[in-house]
Design a protein around this ligand. Structure first.
Ligand code: UD1
Length: 418
């Protein structure tokens, strides 16, 4: 077990480079299954979830290597079926993408229900509804999801909720399927577009990704390609918020500013200065920030993955803020930890009322999940004293070299084994 020690009170200053997008990287690695060929994927973030995915693909029979620059070479030609290894697949949420990809290539897929962050009930009924509409049989027995099909056929699928996972999974299952698939009420997140671009680079015919209607014209075969993952919108937003919280001044490099508009708009509303320069963004924070209300929504709304870091920032705002979580069911677990640092937050269901205070005070706290964990790190950066964040492994699932990046910005942070 490892924990992070953070001595608060330093303003973040300098320049930080954002890594590739975790939530695009994982489905893209799964999607290489569809090619049955060699792919080169560049700009992968070197995070735990990517390492776990690499091990899963290797166990399935892929020839796969990943270098320290985030370049993966993967050849999936020798894989003949997909029975996802239980221990590894239950470690991460994105293992469910193996179902769509393998169903598309082999008309067969087996995987355990996904793992990932404990942020409430996270059903996959819309994924299953999509697979069944394409002609697959899906059953769950002995804790394993089994998908089989004699022949998949394109169909019109209306999603009952806007879901990133089901939108991508149905795209994966339908690219090699006869006929046309139309996904209505599709999610519009940047990583949906990135996955569609990757599939199209392999020869798929997908139109409309990034809008709420995606059309997939099935093709007979895909081929390998070289593809570079987009920058991580959530990692960038995390550094923007951390800069604002510490009253610092940071240039956040390798970003797509349009993906950050919801965060930029909120920060500006709080009197934080944000300037865009092509593929970088500069955040400059005043001494006192204004309280604001925040509601998480599917893209282009404010991302649920930044709700926890944003709430830490709001602890220091002048006045009271209301945060409403509409996407995830139970994403306020970290609040109890934050209260140990003196935060004044009242949670009622999906709403948190945050009263701004002068300063958080350092305490021993634990990361409850990935984004809740990074929120505690931001709290430690601004608190009075040395904060200890236990369960650092949650953070390692999604942030590449977090301590190194923060150290380069002047933070006082170190990792110790316990
Ligand atoms: C993905 C991201 C996660 C992010 C979330 C929302 C990955 C690995 N994870 O998670 O970081 O917080 O998107 O942007 O990419 N739902 C259903 N039925 C379904 C699927 C979803 O009811 O079949 C509901 C759930 O209540 C869920 C919400 O829709 O909380 C959003 O789900 P979805 O966008 O699919 O999120 P995840 O795949 O869980």
């Amino acid at each position: 077990m490892e924990k992070l020690l953070i001595e608060g009170g330093t303003k973040l200053k300098g320049k930080v480079k954002i890594s590739g997008f975790k939530n695009a990287a994982l489905p893209i690695i799964a999607a290489t299954l569809l090619a049955g060929d060699k792919c080169t994927i560049e700009n992968l973030p070197l995070i735990k979830d990517v390492i776990v995915y690499k091990e899963i693909m290797s166990k399935l029979g892929a020839d796969v290597s990943l270098n320290n620059k985030g370049v993966m070479e993967i050849d999936t030609s020798k894989i003949k079926k997909c029975n996802a290894p239980y221990e590894l697949a239950t470690k991460i949420r994105a293992s469910y993408y193996l179902l769509g990809a393998a169903l598309g290539r082999f008309s067969q897929a087996q995987a355990p229900p996904p793992g990932g962050c404990s942020i409430g009930n996270r059903p996959i009924d819309q994924h299953i509804k999509g697979f069944e509409a394409l002609g697959a049989k899906v059953d769950i027995s002995h804790g394993i999801i089994n998908c089989t099909a004699e022949k998949l056929k394109g169909e019109k699928i209306y999603l009952d909720v806007v879901t990133v996972g089901a939108t991508i999974n149905i795209m994966l299952a339908s690219v090699l399927t006869e006929g046309k698939t139309v996904i209505e009420n599709a999610a519009k997140e940047p990583h949906i577009v990135d996955v569609a671009n990757f599939l199209n680079a392999m020869g798929a015919e997908i139109r409309g990704a990034g809008t709420d209607v995606i059309r997939v014209q099935g093709v007979n075969k895909l081929k390998g390609c070289t593809y570079s993952i987009i920058p991580d919108q959530i990692e960038a937003g995390t550094y923007m918020i951390a800069t604002a919280a510490t009253g610092g001044e940071v240039i956040i490099d390798n970003v797509i500013p349009t993906h950050l508009e919801a965060i930029t708009a909120k920060l500006k509303e709080m009197n934080v200065e944000v300037k865009e320069y092509g593929d970088s963004i500069k955040v400059y924070a005043p001494q006192k920030i204004k309280s604001v209300d925040v509601k998480t929504l599917p893209y282009p709304g404010f991302p649920t993955d930044l709700q926890q870091p944003m709430s830490v920032l709001l602890c220091h705002a002048d006045g009271t803020s209301i945060v409403t979580e509409t996407v995830s069911e139970d994403r306020f677990k970290y609040v109890d930890e934050l209260k140990r640092m003196g935060a004044r937050i009242k949670v009622d269901g999906r709403v948190a009322v945050i009263q701004g205070i002068n300063k958080l005070s350092a305490a021993k706290v634990a990361a409850s999940d990935l984004r809740g964990g990074v929120a505690m790190v931001i709290a430690g950066l601004v608190a009075d004293g040395v904060t200890e964040v236990e369960n650092a492994y949650h953070i390692d699932r999604g942030y590449e070299r977090l301590e190194n990046k923060l150290l380069s910005l002047g933070a006082k942070i170190k990792r110790i084994k316990i």
